[in-house]
Each structure stands twice: as structure tokens, then as C-alpha cells.
Design a protein around this ligand. Structure first.
Ligand SMILES: C[C@H](O)CC(=O)SCCNC(=O)CCNC(=O)[C@H](O)C(C)(C)COP(=O)(O)OP(=O)(O)OC[C@H]1O[C@@H](n2cnc3c(N)ncnc32)[C@H](O)[C@@H]1OP(=O)(O)O
Length: 270
């Protein structure tokens, strides 16, 4: 087996600062309701833990800028987030990042990037067409999907995304043109601009928390694979399987296909 030269690559460290306004805009961009005062009103603000992923976006962006993969065709394949401590209402976060693994899928490579801070640990999987075939390991198989054994879902939730959602979300840090420019989307093999995977995932986290009687700011763990593009304006349906008292496994579908598979979320008790 040959390892990719990017395996173990240190992306360095970065300090990113943010304001209450950024955290509120983020909450609105992922679907918080104006009546969710502790997400949208600075007097009561609690910061959504998934906001950390916008602060850490520099890491996958840095790897693309270094030329590890073609940024016009690579897409976000999967994400994991482990929360260590709540984010302050405003402030700065110091992060370090490195490429933990590069899997060889033949026609594509999957780059695993880990970002670590005292607030969270986050892991990106980037699916990069044209980067495989270097003689490396394929990596672990896709995790088993809930419901595979025929167990019916415990809950069905719906999330209405809105047509302007990607245009708004990109202002929080991921300005890849594939989310707004039809030509850039086509270059990535998608018919029209599609939602950021992290926007889709965070948007689902809000109703999932509500269904569990948890506060979305009490999220402790989140993960999922972006199985197919979701589009701004799609109505998403999430099927959820209980996973402990404040945990859930989920799969989410758009009008045509499953868009998030192997979803998992766990919340604290507040
Ligand atoms: C930069 C941007 O701003 C970031 C973004 O937010 S992009 C938006 C969010 N992401 C998306 O919309 C991507 C949606 N997903 C997809 O379009 C497709 O799943 C895909 C293009 C990633 C892969 O599809 P496809 O080429 O058909 O892969 P497929 O033949 O099923 O699988 C090939 C291998 O890759 C793996 N793989 C497939 N999808 C994967 C994913 N999403 N993440 C990680 N690995 C994946 C499979 O397990 C398989 O490996 P194995 O043979 O060892 O089991």
C-alpha cells in the first residue's frame, strides 16, 4: 500500500474571532425561528455548537488552496463534531488542523481533516474526484444505516429549507461558488447550485433537538454522510431512530434521494 503524501500533513493553527452578530446570523441561516430568542437575541444568546464548523472552515479550504485536490469538483462527503465545551457568545477560538488520512477510492480520494480546539473536535471528509488511484487503502466501509435491519423509524420530522438559504449561509464562511453559481455547480457535476452540507446538517439538528426535548445548544455529538446534494428550497424529511435518552440516529431525504445517511446526534441535559 502507498500512502498519499498528504497523509499526516499539518495544516497549522489559526485563531478565528467572532461576534454575537455572527452567531445570530448563523442561527438564522440554518433555520432558527425568530421566536427562538436564545438563538437570535443577544440578551439571551446561546451559540449553536455547529457554528464552530464555520469557524473551522479555514482548514479544508487551506488544503484545497495547497493544491491537494481540485476545488472545483471536490465536495464535502461527511462530517463529525464532538463538543468539548460551549462556545462563548463572542470571542475567539484557537484551532489546530491536520490531514489524518487519505483514502484511495480508485477514481476519487477521500481526505480526512481533523480540527481540534479546546471547545470542539471536528472531522471533515472531502470526496475528491480524480485524486485516487495512488495505491492507497480504500478505508473503512460506509457505516451501517439505521433501518437496514428493518426496524421502523420512531419519528419522522420535516425541515423546509428556503430558496435563499445557500446564498445566506455562504456569508458565514464557506464561499465556494458551487452553492450560488449554476456554472460552478455544473462543474462539480450537479445540475444547479446546492446547499452546503453543513447547512443541511445544522438545519436538521434544530428539529431533531426539539423532538428529543433537548436544546439545540446542548448538542454534544453530531455526524453524518452527505449522500447526495440537497437543494435550497427542498423540503427534507428525516427518519429518526432513538439512540439512548438524548440521542438519535437519522437519515434525511430530499424530494428524490437520501441526502444525509448515517446521521447521529446526541445532546446533553442542559
Ligand atoms: C466545498 C463545498 O463548500 C463543500 C460542500 O458543502 S459540498 C455540499 C455537500 N456535499 C454534497 O452535496 C455531496 C453529496 N454526495 C454525493 O454527491 C455523492 O455521495 C459523492 C459524489 C460524494 C459520491 O458518490 P459516488 O461517486 O457515486 O460514490 P460511490 O460510488 O457511492 O462510492 C465510492 C466510494 O466512496 C465512498 N463514499 C461515497 N460517498 C461518500 C461520501 N459522501 N463521503 C465519504 N465517502 C464516500 C463509498 O463508501 C465508496 O467507498 P468503498 O467502495 O470503499 O465503500
Amino acid at each position: 500500500m502507498t500512502a498519499s503524501p498528504w497523509r499526516g500533513y499539518e495544516l497549522g493553527s489559526r485563531t478565528v474571532s467572532y461576534t454575537e452578530r455572527d452567531a445570530i446570523l448563523y442561527a438564522l441561516a440554518v433555520g432558527a425561528h425568530p421566536s427562538d430568542l436564545d438563538l437570535v437575541y443577544e440578551e439571551r444568546l446561546r451559540v449553536l455548537p455547529t457554528f464552530a464548523l464555520t469557524l473551522a472552515q479555514w482548514a479544508p479550504d487551506a488544503l484545497g488552496s495547497l493544491g491537494a485536490f481540485d476545488v472545483t469538483t471536490a465536495v464535502h462527503g461527511a462530517q463529525r463534531l464532538t463538543v468539548r465545551a460551549p462556545l462563548a457568545r463572542a470571542g475567539e477560538v484557537v484551532m489546530g488542523a491536520r490531514v489524518t488520512e487519505v483514502w484511495d477510492k480508485g477514481s476519487a480520494a477521500v481526505f480526512e481533516i481533523e480540527v481540534v480546539s479546546d471547545r470542539f473536535v471536528a472531522a471533515w471528509s472531502l470526496f475528491a474526484p480524480g485524486c485516487g488511484g495512488f495505491g492507497g487503502a480504500r478505508g473503512p466501509a460506509a457505516p451501517p444505516r439505521p433501518g437496514e435491519a428493518g426496524q421502523p423509524a420512531d419519528r419522522r420530522l420535516t425541515v423546509a429549507t428556503h430558496p435563499g438559504q445557500a446564498a445566506l449561509y455562504r456569508l458565514l464562511g464557506d464561499r465556494h461558488p458551487m452553492h450560488v453559481d449554476p456554472e460552478a455547480a455544473k462543474a462539480a457535476g450537479v445540475a444547479r447550485p446546492f446547499l452546503h452540507g453543513l447547512c443541511t446538517m445544522a438545519a436538521l439538528t434544530l428539529p431533531v433537538a426539539g423532538a428529543l426535548g433537548a436544546h439545540p445548544a446542548d448538542l454534544l455529538e453530531l455526524q453524518g454522510r452527505f449522500a447526495a446534494p440537497a437543494f435550497p428550497g427542498d423540503r427534507l424529511v428525516a427518519h429518526c431512530w432513538s439512540d439512548g435518552e438524548k440521542g438519535v440516529r437519522f437519515e434525511a431525504s430530499g424530494p428524490e434521494r437520501t441526502v444525509i445517511s448515517g446521521g447521529r446526534a446526541r445532546f446533553g441535559h442542559g
